[in-house]
Design a protein around this ligand. Sequence first.
Ligand SMILES: Cc1cc2nc3c(=O)[nH]c(=O)nc-3n(C[C@H](O)[C@H](O)[C@H](O)COP(=O)(O)OP(=O)(O)OC[C@H]3O[C@@H](n4cnc5c(N)ncnc54)[C@H](O)[C@@H]3O)c2cc1C
Length: 349
Amino acid sequence: MHAGVENFVIVDRKTVGASFAAWPDETKFITPSFPSNSIGMLDLNSIAIGISPAFSMRVEHPTGAEYAEHLQGIAEFFELPLKENTEVKNIEKKNDIFTVNTNEGILKSKFVIWSAGEYQYPNLKGFNGSELCRHTSTVSRYSDLEGDDFLIIGGYESGIDAAVHLSNLDKKIRLFDMNAPWLEETSDPSVSLSTFSFERMDNPMFEKNTKLFPNTPVKSVTHQDGVYVLKTADGQTFSTPNQPLLAGGFTGSHKFVSHLFDMREDGFPVINDSDESTTTQGMYLCGPSVRHDGHIFCFIFKYRQRFAIVAQAIAESMDIPTDEFVEAYKSWGMYLDDLSCCGQECLTC
Ligand SMILES: Cc1cc2nc3c(=O)[nH]c(=O)nc-3n(C[C@H](O)[C@H](O)[C@H](O)COP(=O)(O)OP(=O)(O)OC[C@H]3O[C@@H](n4cnc5c(N)ncnc54)[C@H](O)[C@@H]3O)c2cc1C
């Protein structure tokens, strides 16, 4: 819209912010919000210039439900053209035109921006019996889970988040990770745990109730006679009557459109400098699946810097001038085309 493209529609199988609305009630943003816009630094959790979730919601770490409401407010404020409750079933391209098949009929367009995220596409695999576990994305409230002890598989943000909430409820947790995200030395939050999580781990209830098993791949989970038995690759066995929680991440919605992209070795789509597919012209990618070389754009404050790159590419192909638009976005740190600045480590002084 800011780039001057007027004829577009946003399609969602549910409603604006549906993935955030589906987070467990207790889960909050790990990235803090602060109304820093007044000095030209956009709030870390803002997706649009001039907007600050901290200012509008007066909260530093919003819940998913709060952020979903915030996104709905933005859609209303900018009067975005929405087509909600419309599920995309398939996308094909023929003679320069995309045909988007939905449960509500066919849409046709010269451009498609795929931004269906990750949350609604959980990774349910990884070891024998993983399907017996409950993915954390299906938990609506940790305080509703029955039982006193839990096995959690996965120790990145979602797994630690689950352990924090359950240990605060005085449940006993044993958490396994094939690596050890909480021991990572890097300052890149795409790889190491967030400050918010470290802070929450440094809590007497967490220390009392959670036992961490780093570098411990899970080999299998079985369920017999009401008991779940977890075996690790190094031969240890753990049991519980309660369904283990799987915090193994997400396969991501990009698998759904894999026929329209080449895939990198790590399974993410190959995209050019404008985040466009290298095999299907006019097909763009936005959101947490964006990867360029070793750079992982998995947080809002990272991938929001690529929105304007996509908008610029589409506008220019329609002969719409974009200089002013690009300048405005650059001045707000919302336009990142030179990736040589990425990958810096923080100093440890
Ligand atoms: C527990 C947790 C905590 C997180 N905390 C943070 C944080 O603190 N800071 C941060 O920056 N990021 C955080 N993230 C990541 C952040 O949530 C994602 O980056 C963000 O949701 C991605 O936004 P998106 O719009 O690309 O995808 P989504 O928010 O998943 O939105 C995708 C939309 O597409 C729709 N959709 C999906 N498939 C279809 C289809 N086939 N047809 C039609 N519509 C479809 C969905 O209904 C949904 O509304 C967190 C993630 C999790 C899981």
